[in-house]
Design a protein. Structure first.
Length: 67
């Protein structure tokens, strides 16, 4: 896999290291990025489920609404 080098503010990275409980800046940033990606996938899955449920409601034949 290709690697990318990024410069970040040291205080920001140290805070992430403390919050993530890891000892290296590389591991801390990698954990944050992986978590961000996982959250995005979970959000996409929830949105897709909701859209499918709404679509199922729209597709159902409507009851006779008159009298």
């Amino acid at each position: 896999m290709a690697k990318v080098t990024v410069s970040l503010d040291a205080e920001l990275v140290v805070e992430v290291m403390v919050l993530a409980g890891v000892g290296t800046p590389q591991d801390a940033v990698e954990l944050v990025v992986r978590d961000y990606i996982k959250r995005g996938h979970r959000t996409e899955a929830r949105t897709a489920e909701r859209d499918e449920a709404l679509h199922a409601v729209d597709v159902k034949p409507q009851d006779n609404q008159g009298g």
